[in-house]
Design a protein around this ligand. Structure first.
Ligand SMILES: C[S@@+](CC[C@H](N)C(=O)[O-])C[C@H]1O[C@@H](n2cnc3c(N)ncnc32)[C@H](O)[C@@H]1O
Length: 277
């Protein structure tokens, strides 16, 4: 019997309430089918079929609460997540990058948001770039790729529609300029949407390509083994152009051989640069 079939709505709601009591995580911020998939995975791991049984397990097992939290937050993202990081990108990194492009007469910018979830990160990057380039926008060729392994997230990203709570960090002038609001959802404007291409890429089974000016891989690798992280960071290093930036999550740490090749230029914001002598 499938997990979903034996569960009533009442049990599902009660389970969400238990999770809130035990972890302070408000499950209502997630779509129900997403929650059902994640709960299903954990319940199968314990041989359980009823939400009520899983609820009881959570009440008595702290480790399971933590395991579930890790599962649930895996797709969490936000526009301009970690404001100081995006401020550094807007005020320092991108102006310098654009300056270098102008000086060298190489008006092509390639950016990769690896593990982009539902698209907030690459769209934030596109907004910043659009703002900084102003009237020079048309003289640049821009490619921003958002990639993820989760096709459902990518479908949401391609729609570009977000709830008010998902855009809370967007500076007000940008919200007014680059989004439309229909009373319920914010829609990213076509100009910004056209700047970003979404691809289904498994970071471990595909090649990264080369020629990127910026790679962001933020809040993705925390569940990967150290060995996998080391391989991934080297992959990013090789994919970057000289002077290119690698930006990781605030709680993540560069490990392995890449630490010898990527120079930390903003430690708090976890920004590294490929400096080639
Ligand atoms: C917490 S989100 C991070 C989103 C965004 N980078 C941010 O910092 O807000 C992590 C994303 O990594 C994706 N992911 C996990 N493993 C992956 C893999 N092997 N290849 C590609 N994406 C992966 C997940 O599907 C999820 O959408």
């Amino acid at each position: 019997m499938s997990v979903e079939k034996v569960c009533t709505d009442k049990d599902f709601i009660a389970l969400k309430n238990t999770i809130f009591k035990k972890t302070s995580l408000d499950c209502n911020q997630y779509k129900d089918p997403y929650l059902q998939r994640r709960f299903g995975v954990r319940m199968r791991a314990h041989g359980l079929q009823r939400y009520s049984d899983y609820s009881s397990l959570l009440c008595s097992n702290r480790d399971e609460c933590e395991e579930l939290m890790r599962d649930l937050t895996i797709n969490v993202t936000q526009f301009f997540r970690d404001i100081p990081v995006f401020k550094a990108i807007e005020d320092e990194l991108f102006p310098l990058m654009i300056y270098r492009k102008v000086i060298k007469n190489t008006p092509r910018i390639r950016i990769w948001s690896a593990g982009c979830s539902s698209g907030e990160e690459p769209y934030s990057i596109a907004i910043i770039l659009r703002e900084l380039l102003g009237e020079e926008f048309d003289s640049f060729t821009i490619s921003i790729v958002g990639s993820d392994i989760d096709e459902e997230c990518l479908m949401a990203a391609r729609e570009g529609r977000y709830l008010p709570r998902q855009v809370v960090n967007v500076p007000k002038p940008y919200l007014e300029k680059y989004f439309s609001f229909d009373g319920q959802m914010y829609q990213v404007c076509p100009e910004i949407m056209d700047m970003v291409e979404f691809k289904n890429v498994d970071l471990f089974s595909s090649t990264a390509g080369t020629g990127y000016d910026v790679i962001l891989c933020r809040n993705v690798v925390i569940y990967f083994t150290k060995d996998m992280q080391e391989r991934l960071y080297m992959k990013f290093y090789k994919a970057l152009n000289p002077d290119g930036y690698f930006i990781m999550g605030n709680t993540e740490t560069l490990v392995g051989e890449a630490t010898r090749h990527l120079t930390s230029i903003k430690s708090r914001e976890r920004v590294y640069q490929k400096i080639v002598e």
